[in-house]
Design a protein. Structure first.
Lengths: 481, 486
């Protein structure tokens, strides 16, 4: 049997960061005690009607423009009918035959190679409430706070051929939505959700194999693992001569496997029909142009610019441009006088570690950076000039935190500048040699490594302020003498 | 001296404004009337005497303070029980909402209150407005005030009967396929279905969203005009409500039809209709001609498809609109250990036979594989029906037809055969599909002394002309002065 290739399409649901819900004035904010952000409309009381939030349409158009979609001058909401306790009206207002945006694409980087993934459509819909089980004996409860929060459904073409491509697509898409400031992209909290359609077929053929939809993945890792698992499961099944069935499978993160949820025969008939309570959505060309004019520089363009203007490696540029706030921070540092490469290193090694450890990246825009870009640029400049060493600089980050102190001023005030004055270090060097005869002997016997130990002792004696390079030179000279 | 409850709405409001009678006296009189006759009529499902008296007292204070109590100030009005009233039970005539008390007012309810109206109670109707006789109400029987053995029409049967029996000066109904006009005709009063989008649907329990429209019922056309003016207009809570300004409908009632061109659709005077009805309508047309209108025959060729079209679109929308009655958040719940069983038991116990029939029809019409043949086709035919009217109304200012092929039929006469019942709406249903305004008003009586209804259909948003024609006819005739036996 010839080699099999996977065919992957992704369906993303992105919760929009509008202030109010899509069809009523309730706040769309995450959290809040159960059933406090609700009104007759989003709880489906008798007689109520939806009124479309204009901001949701604007956000959807932004997403469409950023992904090269065509915005339909006339689109329509439709009802998707099914019964479930978290769905108060017994139908979800979504779009079906006439979505808002169609026919776009996304260029993603996989191992440095560009790959274009087609976008089938982007449409708006309302989120459901949330069923809560096991909290009250055997009764289930429903929280409608999330009911009516606006969602974008973003559907890709089945254009991806590997787990890596799927991962890159998902990260690129999230990055774009974050740049547009329309979604915070938090998979763990469910504001960015992904279902995957996976099939396999003999490499080189064009007909699609039997498709399986995978749900219930709540991290990028889970999406990648689930797709990899599914490719393997399907390939193995075909290798054994089995027939695959079209079905929906759930990812079990604990057992790291997918399990069948329902087959095609049991698929819902959603009985879509045009939503009679809302007029067809007419979008004027002028409005689209107006929105286009406000689009920010997007990650791909910025990445290229960072390579070109700041001479960063493509890898560094990619890391720094995935989040708009990080890229902004980096550029603010450069503007404050830091050398781009030095600033890039500081941001990537020190700052993003703190951000990750403290989960500051949960927010769409990090406002409480450990230090300001100007402060970090100040530290980078001090290291670059040899005024302080890298370790001292690292140690200063917690001290600068929450203050507006200038690092140069702090270094001067506390006498933290590193000592490079040979005269001032000579005494310490001699003292260390005198107190460690054994190590000195080892050095003379050819153990070069011991020099490091001796440098460390001098550093310790000088309270870490000595310039380690100078200390090494002095030690070598003294030991040779 | 005319009893207070026999006054027209305008006269009652004028007397309150002139301090000749207090709102409290009007309301006490209305409740006395209700107590005297509603046992026989059965128009009301819920009465709110305490609330009504409190509102009346507030109106009286305003009048005493020299303030304008509003165009409906102090006038007792009834509201169909499918329209939400904050704090007052709203059942839609269904078991499933038998104990439902909304926390919000429908926009029309709020506008009635703002205009000074006193809401006396909630009026019976076919369950979720599905029916033509009010016999589909799960909560009570309403009888025709002209003959207690006959139906009041439907679905707004309580509204038609209450106004005809002088239990209130006006009432709100809703009209999805004729539900304001048929009871108005059967009960011998005036009722208007406004243009789709003229009146907000917010807070009106939905049956078929693209067809539903709230309309006033009163004993005189001029009263209908006053109530329409109070409830019509843009509503930010209903995207399908038109932002067009609301004209003064009362000012349009100049008593003249001279120079108007009226169309007489040949498809609406057909074999098999009750001869008295045809005679009454033809006489009314002759009267309008005598008053100076030019009458000409027109054709609405797709009329014969209207009922089939309506029963696909209306039921499809209903199957979705009624999905929210699931026993989860409000209304009836039949507890069961498993979710699906609870849904099934609740809806089986909560909905009546006609509602179930329409939900099933609509579910079927929207199902995968049938959508194109049924729902989509029906939408296409709807466009043809709308075009028929556009063409006829391009030549004519309005069309004149009977409201129904018969006068009020007997209770139980048609309940066994839904299709026969559906035919009661044969002359009203197309108007909803086309979204046009149409007025029903009395134009005579049959041999059994039952009122005959005349329908005047107008151009979109031209309620003014429709009301003007009805009013001119009314000025020239005496039918509206006849009251149902006390």
């Amino acid at each position: 049997m010839s080699a099999l290739e996977p065919v992957i399409g992704l369906e993303v649901h992105a919760e929009l960061l509008t202030r109010s819900k899509i069809f009523c004035a309730c706040t769309a904010e995450f959290g809040g005690p159960p059933n406090t952000n609700v009104c007759p409309v989003c709880t489906g009381m008798p007689g109520v009607l939806p009124v479309l939030n204009r901001r949701v349409v604007e956000f959807a158009i932004r997403a469409g423009l950023a992904t090269h979609c065509t915005t339909a001058p006339r689109s329509r909401f439709a009802r998707k009918n099914y019964f479930y306790p978290d769905l108060p009206k017994g139908y979800q207002i979504s779009m079906y035959e006439l979505p808002l945006c169609t026919g776009g694409h996304l260029d993603v980087l996989v191992d440095g190679q560009a790959k274009r993934v087609g976008l089938t459509r982007i449409h708006m819909e309302e989120d459901t409430g949330k069923n809560i089980h096991d909290a009250h004996g055997d009764a289930s409860l429903v929280d409608f706070n999330r009911s009516g929060v606006p969602l974008l459904e973003i559907v890709s073409e089945p254009d991806m051929r590997s787990v890596a491509e799927a991962g890159a697509y998902l990260r690129t898409l999230r990055s774009i939505l974050q740049y547009l400031e329309i979604c915070d992209g938090n998979m763990e909290e469910g504001s960015f959700r992904c279902d995957a359609n996976v099939s396999v077929r003999p490499a080189g053929t064009t007909a699609l194999g039997t498709k399986v939809e995978i749900k219930n993945m709540n991290s990028f890792r889970a999406v990648e693992k689930a797709i990899a698992y599914e490719i393997e499961r399907q390939s193995d099944a075909l290798a054994r001569g089995e027939r695959l069935v079209q079905e929906t499978r759930l990812w079990d993160a604990e057992r790291e496997e997918t399990r069948s949820m329902r087959s095609k025969e049991h698929a819902h008939d959603y009985r879509y029909f045009p939503e009679p309570d809302l007029l067809p959505l007419v979008v004027e060309r002028a409005w689209v142009d107006e929105i286009r004019a406000t689009l920010p520089e997007l990650p791909a363009a910025r990445r290229e610019r960072f390579v070109r203007d700041h001479q960063l490696s493509p890898y560094d540029a990619d890391v720094l441009t995935q989040r708009k706030d990080v890229a902004d921070y980096f550029e603010a540092g450069v503007a404050a006088g830091a050398a781009p490469k030095e600033m890039a290193n500081w941001v990537m090694t020190e700052l993003l570690r703190v951000v990750r450890d403290e989960k500051l990246d949960r927010a769409l825009v990090i406002r409480n950076w450990p230090v300001t870009a100007a402060q970090l640029a100040g530290l980078a400049k001090l290291v670059d000039a040899g005024t302080i060493n890298r370790n001292t600089a690292k140690g200063l980050i917690p001290r600068l935190r929450g203050t507006d102190r200038d690092p140069a001023e702090l270094v001067a005030a506390e006498g933290l500048a590193q000592v490079s004055d040979r005269g001032a270090l000579d005494a310490a060097v001699e003292d260390v040699i005198a107190r460690h005869p054994a190590q000195v002997a080892e050095f003379h016997a050819g153990k070069e490594r011991v020099l490091g130990f001796l440098v460390g002792q001098v550093m310790k004696a000088t309270g870490g302020k000595a310039n380690p390079q100078v200390v090494g030179e002095l030690l070598r000279k003294a030991l040779a003498g | 001296m005319t009893a207070l409850h026999a006054l027209s709405l305008r006269e009652a409001a004028a007397r309150v404004r002139r301090r000749e009678v207090s709102a409290t006296e009007l309301v006490r009189d209305a409740f006395a009337r209700i107590a005297a006759v509603d046992g026989r009529v059965g128009a009301f499902l819920t009465l709110d005497e305490a609330g009504a008296l409190a509102t009346a007292a507030a109106v009286d204070r305003r009048v005493a303070a020299g303030e304008d109590p509003g165009p409906l100030g102090g006038v007792p009005i009834g509201v169909k029980d499918i329209i939400c009233t904050a704090g007052l039970r709203t059942t839609a005539g269904s078991r499933i909402l038998e104990r439902f008390v909304p926390s919000y007012d429908a926009t029309v309810t709020a506008r009635l209150r703002r205009a000074g109206a006193v809401i006396v109670g909630k009026l019976n109707c076919d369950e979720f407005a599905m029916g033509s006789s009010t016999e589909n109400s799960a909560l009570g029987t309403t009888r025709n005030p002209w003959d207690g053995a006959r139906v009041p029409g439907g679905s707004s049967g309580g509204s038609g009967a209450a106004v005809a029996a002088h239990e209130c000066h006006a009432a709100l109904g809703t009209d999805t396929g004729g539900s304001v006009r048929l009871p108005a005709a059967f009960c011998g009063v005036a009722g208007l279905k406004p243009t789709y989008g003229r009146v907000s649907r917010y807070g009106v329990i939905a049956y078929a969203s693209s067809l539903d429209q709230v309309g006033p019922i009163a004993r005189e056309v001029a009263d209908v005009a006053v109530v329409l003016e109070a409830i019509a207009g843009h509503d930010p809570a209903d995207s399908t409500a038109s932002p067009r300004p609301v004209p003064s409908y009362a000012a349009a009632l100049d008593g003249s039809v001279r120079g108007l061109r009226l169309g007489l659709p040949r498809e609406y005077l057909v074999e098999g209709m009750q001869p008295d009805v045809e005679r009454g309508v033809r006489a009314a047309v002759a009267e309008l001609e005598r008053l100076g209108a030019a009458v000409e025959p027109v054709s609405l060729p797709h009329t014969e498809y209207a009922i089939a079209t309506y029963y696909l679109i209306a039921t499809a929308e209903a199957s979705s609109n009624l999905a929210r009655y699931d026993g989860i958040r409000y209304g009836l719940r039949e507890p069961r250990p498993a979710l699906t069983e609870m849904y099934e038991a609740t809806r089986a116990a909560g909905f009546g036979a006609e509602v179930k029939r329409r939900i099933m029809l609509g579910t079927y019409a929207l199902s995968a594989g049938y959508y194109d043949a049924y729902y989509l086709k029906a939408q296409q035919v709807r466009t043809l029906i709308r075009r028929d009217f556009q063409q006829a109304l391009a030549r004519c200012d309005a069309l004149v037809t009977p409201v129904a092929p018969t006068t009020a039929f007997r209770l139980g006469e048609k309940t066994a055969d839904p299709l026969t019942m559906y035919l009661s709406d044969i002359f009203t249903i197309s108007v909803n599909l086309a979204g046009l305004p149409a007025l029903a008003l009395p134009c005579g009586f049959d041999g059994a002394g039952l009122p005959i209804g005349l329908q005047v259909i107008g151009r979109p948003f031209d309620e003014a002309t429709v009301l003007r024609i009805g009013h001119a006819y009314e000025q020239a005739t005496e039918w509206h002065h006849r009251s149902a036996p006390p």
